[in-house]
Design a protein. Sequence first.
Length: 306
Amino acid sequence: MARGSLGILLAAAAACSGSSIFSEVAHVGKGRIGGRAVAPYYIDTAAVTNEAFRAFVRAHKQDGRPFKTEAERFGWSFVMKAVVPPATLAGTNETLPEADWWVPVQGAWWREPEGPGTSVQGRLDHPATHVSLEDATEFCRWRKGKLPSSAQWEWAARAGKEGGDDLPWAGGEEAAAQRANLWTGAFPAGNDEADGFTALAPVRQYGAQNSWGFYNMLGNCWEWTRTPYTGQQKAAPRGAKPPQQWTLHGGSFVDTIDGSSNHRVTLGTTMGNAADAGSNNLCFRCAYRFAPEDAPTVELAPDDEL
């Protein structure tokens, strides 16, 4: 199947998806990225939404196995200060010491992403956030999949091209506000919303970012992978072993296209985070050996084309 058929395939998949709350999945052929071999696999074309995560939680409840995220069990999670409700902000004087735009909000979790009194209603098509590595892994297991490896994530984001451009869309950095949800304006309190959003956007906002039809691989929210992080970490106390971290890809709405604030977002941008981390800019998508039965499938790049 030629790559030029992708637009037709995506349109057909969208038509077939109907009222499905789950992302269509793409069947990606084998390849090699950064010296890492990638076997054929399936992967969600968009991040998991609040609506899909709600279905997961409800299914567990109906089975008599209520599921609570780590943020629920801890009783708090990090929220970007710019979107914390004023009354909530007035009730806390804590921030993250090295990044005071992050506030540990009591009662923030996926269903109340900015804390008590907030809601995902009206935002069911936004990515589910405040999910830890364990939470994301459990959701993907429920879907008969797993988190993608770092190589699988990057191979999909680069649309099967090793190296090459730093961005998946045409037009370079100048087109970023029309193609991704990133911080624009003075940071951390002066987002001019050139891309239409202060914080999170719907998972399919801006259309597909690359020629393979993947949405918001860059920007919006950092995405978990199952790959241990081997990059630079903060120095551990003398004699202590650095804590295990896991690789995140893609950047988020607090990052920038030029690196003027936080991370410079490119196809190769990664960071590490602890397995129990949670915030309103951290999300995920799933990968699969076999396509879920209830998800429309897009066939991409047969093996002999890679």
